[in-house]
Design a protein around this ligand. Structure first.
Ligand SMILES: [Zn+2]
Length: 334
């Protein structure tokens, strides 16, 4: 049975992106695959009155079950209202759809936005696949994110050795032919908690921590020039907060040289045509850090609520920080 996202109380990204590009801020796109993450995201968005994109990857859909996820998203809208957020602006988005069939299934299942990632395909095949998804999704008013350029790193099934920056000379043709609603680009962000190899970085002599290479803002600027006002998306934009990495490593974890995108660079990007910033690893790190610390302090605890509660609190704190201090989307969905 087909379900429209509108019946679930969700919204698509069209209006939200147009406002974000104009207003010089970005919408948070947080991945979720369990209840505690979802609670933390919704509490953070409701308290800050920030529009929010709930992202579900193919892996998350397999992990949590597609039917359950749909009702969790619907529940999230009702929960947000209960928290006093009168008009919640919540998007349910497929992250890295890798086929027409998967995107179609998500449209039919109540998603309000889908990503078709044909970035690993030859240009013409990427255009054709993206166009096909757009044709179907737009019939149901579902918005579509397409991708041009390749990101390095691993995210569920998506993995690539090296990144290839988006070529600014391709973007007008791509957007015109595919009619996509937003475009994910590659300017040096990367998936996962190991965004850069040590040899790509310099090392801070004081802390011994890696300092990553800067994002290619010249490429972003060139793309903005070609597509004025068009919504741009950044994947792989976790900052990998070193305090979480340190807590994890101090409590039996092993994440040597985990490194992300410095927040000041994301802040700069959010002020541009970048209107959606994807954050997944930071939530994983916040959760893991809180749980590891809790287990060290309370070795006798075995009720999941005892360690998931502080994990949820830590994620919420991190989400609120991103919304207010990095993306600037607070107060944009009253
Ligand atoms: Zn991604």
């Amino acid at each position: 049975m087909k379900v429209s996202f509108k019946d679930l109380g969700l919204v698509n990204t069209r209006e939200m992106f147009a406002k974000a590009v104009k207003g010089g801020y970005a919408i948070p796109a947080f991945n979720f695959n369990n209840m505690e993450q979802l609670q933390a995201i919704i509490q953070a968005a409701a308290e800050t009155k920030s529009p929010v994109i709930l992202q579900v990857s193919k892996g998350a859909r397999n992990y949590a079950n597609q039917t359950l996820l749909r009702y969790m998203a619907q529940g999230a809208v009702e929960y947000a209202k209960e928290l006093g957020w009168k008009k919640p602006q919540i998007v349910l988005h497929l992250d890295h759809g890798d086929s027409y069939e998967l995107c179609k299934s998500c449209v039919d299942f109540g998603f309000s936005s889908v990503m078709i990632d044909g970035s690993a395909l030859p240009y013409d095949e990427n255009v054709a696949l993206s166009r096909k998804v757009v044709n179907y999704a737009h019939k149901y008013d579902v918005t579509v994110e397409a991708e041009l350029g390749v990101l390095a790193g691993v995210e569920d099934e998506v993995s690539s050795e090296a990144s290839h920056y988006t070529k600014p000379e391709d973007v007008i043709d791509f957007v015109k032919k595919t009619k996509c609603d937003s475009l994910a680009i590659s300017i040096g962000t990367s998936h996962g908690a190991y965004k850069f190899k040590p040899e790509q970085c310099t090392r801070d002599p004081k802390t011994g921590k890696l300092v990553p290479p800067p994002l290619a803002f010249d490429v972003l600027k060139a793309i903005e020039k070609k597509l004025p006002g068009f919504p741009i998306v950044l994947h792989g934009s976790s900052s990998v907060p070193q305090e979480y990495v340190d807590i994890i490593n101090a409590h039996g974890g092993k994440l040597p040289d985990a490194i992300g995108i410095p927040e000041e660079q994301l802040r700069k990007a959010a002020k541009s045509a970048v209107c959606k910033i994807n954050i997944d690893s930071d939530s994983r790190l916040a959760m893991t850090a809180a749980i590891r610390q809790h287990f060290d302090e309370f070795p006798g605890h075995f009720d999941p609520r005892q360690y998931l509660k502080p994990a949820r609190e830590e994620m919420k704190k991190m989400y609120i920080h991103k919304i207010i201090n990095v993306l600037g989307s607070n107060g944009k969905a009253r």
